[in-house]
Ligand binder design. Structure first.
Ligand code: XMP
Length: 506
């Protein structure tokens, strides 16, 4: 495997994804807290960082057990760190070193850059630059503004590059990374979905033996793939619980339940809508709503699980981005929203935890799911928040409002599917606003509710932009909703990006 040591760059996860796209397994660890380097580690990559190596509080790392002993590649801050600490010099750059640049070779035959174009386009993003290369090092490539764009320390497998090979705009970046991880580090490209499934199923069997396992299904991609993987490993010893909080999309409970049963999963569907809606009665504060929904979910799930005999394990669909220890550069962040997943379950249930997807990124979960034979319809589903429509009905949640929102949402989602936009959008939904406005239908005055349509593009939900849906599509959706959904006489489109807005309204 490859270790990626993180100095807090926004691109660190992207490096990992690129390495994995080469079917090579890698792990991200904080620079100040990484595991012992054993024989399984074939090479190390040092990430970028928001810091300058010249800062007093710049991250420091002991490379004693790595540099000169294992192949080492410094990217951006990583490269500057190598220069700064091994005889070179780093200073603020005099000219602009952001964005596109053309990289020309100085040592064309060097193993890291051989058979890349000359020149080749790369992406730069740094405020510092290496003004003097480290001792015993040769410059292997330069750009017009950056003399030490790529260097190699002679006599050892240590390289530094000041550009970012992992970003899309470095057109041959993946080739460069392949030279490093495959040719130089000698990693085999055998980390494929099929091999992952085979190894994981074997490990799950060994770990779980004949024990019984319970898992909470949500209808989403992660919990579904986790369930199918576990089912493959332990069959009937897996029981899944799917809770209907009364806050799902229209007809979702029955259709998802059916598809799970088709997959051969042993699923208990629990209709708990009345409890949730009862407890939400009169509550308007978004955080309070989130807390009630989270608490109720845990109660319902726990009481169902208690009915099963001898359960020893709780399975969860946790994925790698939730597991990676982030390098905090700005101190602890404030709570914007209390997320409800099955977060509070482990403490409450006193079961051992098994997380078969904890090594995977989202796109890898989809690839595994595909290999396991899950339907594209399920794998391509947009993310849906744990608290469901409860946080898309602003203000108090009632049964009638849920019905209105379900109808409007179904029209919007179907229109996206029919027009081919569903797969181009990362997430879409409808918000029911606590606003009534005057309208006219026929000769009658109306005084009814308003909904907001939301459709965004994103990669991880951390940032998002609104989608420029065609006016014709918006016109049709608006018309259909107002004509078909009793109680709505006005439709608006949300044109806010995240930040400063968020994807959900509550
Ligand atoms: P926001 O609204 O914070 O949403 O921009 C970012 C992404 O997270 C989803 N979301 C949730 N997912 N439990 C979840 O599992 C939650 O409590 C929750 N709240 C928001 C949201 O749908 C979007 O994809």
């Amino acid at each position: 495997k490859i270790l990626i040591l993180d100095f807090g760059s926004q691109y660190t996860q992207l490096i990992a994804r690129r390495v994995r796209e080469l079917n090579v397994y890698c792990e991200i660890h904080p620079f100040n807290h990484y595991p012992a380097i054993d024989a399984s580690v074939k090479g190390v990559i040092l990430s970028g960082s928001p810091f300058s190596v010249r800062d007093k509080e710049a991250p420091q790392i002991d490379l004693g057990g790595i540099k000169g002993k294992l192949p080492l590649l410094g990217v951006c801050y990583g490269a500057q760190y190598l220069a700064h600490h091994f005889g070179g010099e780093v200073a603020p750059s005099a000219s602009r070193e952001y964005g596109r640049a053309m990289l020309s070779k100085v040592q064309a035959a060097n193993a890291l850059i051989r058979d890349l174009g000359d020149p080749t386009q790369v992406w730069m993003s740094h405020g510092d630059t290496i003004v003097k290369e480290p001792t015993g090092c040769e410059i292997i490539a330069s750009t017009e503004d950056v003399r030490v764009a790529a260097f190699h320390i002679a006599g050892e497998d240590t390289w530094g590059i000041q550009f970012h090979p992992e970003v899309y705009h470095s057109t041959e970046g993946i080739k460069l990374l392949k030279h490093f991880v495959v040719d130089i580090c000698g990693c085999r490209q055998d980390w494929t979905p099929a091999s992952y499934i085979e190894t994981t199923v074997r490990e799950l069997r060994e770990k779980l033996g004949g024990d019984k396992v319970v898992l909470g299904l949500s209808g989403g991609v992660d919990s579904s793939v986790a369930a199918v993987l576990l089912h493959k490993a332990i069959g009937k010893n897996l029981t899944c619980i799917f809770v209907d909080m009364g806050l799902l999309r229209k007809d979702e409970f029955s259709s998802v339940l059916d598809s799970y049963k088709h997959m051969g999963l042993n699923v208990i569907g629990v209709d708990a809508g009345d409890k949730f809606l009862g407890d939400l009665k009169g509550v308007t504060d978004p955080e309070q709503k989130r807390k009630i929904i989270g608490r109720d979910f845990i109660e319902v799930f726990d009481s169902e699980a208690q009915k099963l005999k001898d359960v020893k394990w709780l399975a969860q669909g946790t994925i790698y981005p939730d597991v990676i220890e982030s390098v905090s550069v700005n101190g602890p962040s404030v709570t914007i929203k209390s997320h409800h997943n099955v977060g509070g379950l482990p403490e409450k249930m006193n079961l051992k935890i098994v997380e078969p997807l904890r090594l995977l990124f989202k796109d890898e979960v989809r690839r595994i799911g595909r290999e396991l034979g899950l339907s594209e319809l399920l794998l391509g589903r947009h993310p849906f928040p744990g608290p469901g429509l409860g946080i898309r009905i602003l203000g108090e949640v009632t049964k009638e409002k849920v019905r209105i929102l379900q109808e409007a949402d179904a029209i919007f989602i179907q229109a996206l599917r029919d027009s081919g936009w569903y797969d181009k959008v990362w997430q879409a939904g409808v918000m029911l606003l606590p606003v009534q406005s005057v309208g006219v239908m026929g000769d009658e005055r109306t005084y009814e509710s308003c909904v907001a349509l939301r459709a965004v593009t994103s990669t991880d939900g951390m940032t998002a932009d609104w989608v420029h849906l065609p006016y014709e599509l918006l016109a049709k959706v608006s018309n259909d909703i107002i004509n078909k959904v009793r109680g709505i006489n006005r439709v608006v489109y949300d044109i806010s990006s995240k930040p400063p807005a968020t994807i959900e309204w509550e």
